[in-house]
Ligand binder design. Sequence first.
Ligand SMILES: [Fe+2]
Length: 285
Amino acid sequence: MNFTLHHKQLFEEATGHNLEALCNEISALSNSEYQKIIGQDKHIFNNSLNEKGLQVFRALLAETMWIESLKKNNQYENKNTQDFIENGFFVKENFLTPTAFKQLQHLSQGEHRMDLEMVDLYKRTFTFAGKHFDSSSKTINVKTHKHFEGDDQYKLHIDSHRPRIKSWVYLQDTTEEHGPLSYVPKSNQNTVEKLKWLYETSVIAADEAHPLFFHRHISAPRIGSYRLNLCGPQTPELEQLNMAKEKLMCVKMNTLIAADTRGFHRRTPAVPGTLRKSIRFNIFL
Ligand SMILES: [Fe+2]
């Protein structure tokens, strides 16, 4: 747990607790409990540790480990990596060659193995995945999304406290009418405001009677992706968090969008029944 003085200050400002004390408590846990804490679970059901700032600890640790591994792989300074770290997303027009794009348009729904040319293209582009690219499954998922009323994904949320790459190549020009992905630029960053929100949301998870519970969570057994103000207008809370306005990803066909889904994002609403076809490829960091 190599935290810097900056991390310590961030942690203490966001949680009001001492980082060292929490680190000591975590060090005394069993190996299986520790592995769970540093793992992919979106939420740890341990109220006592959450009150001491566990979720903020996890967010800072996961980011530190990712950045360290990028530096080790000499991929930290790369322009794509820097864009992704800075904004939380990366966009590249005309991603696939015209021939490859044409072939993909005719693929059936579901998973398909990438050919070597595609693996190479994704690898060169996804410098921000670092060593995780090699260990990820090289399959793309062809999916046509059909919009429906009341979709949970219409609400701004984070997928996880830790960096994650989700990517889409849209198979048609995408306008507002298609209900594209929306992303809050730079909301991937572990600012004091974001970490305070993460802390508060992790603590609220233990208390279904809390007035914000159903704004941030779906239901007590389903504590997963933390949500932003599920019931009310979204913008005021973004302003309180000192964040930018949402950016709608209206792009031309064959544009790659990769997003770090620890930042706030959502699917924007569209008329029920509207179709949006894309190729998806995700990596857990
Ligand atoms: Fe999501």
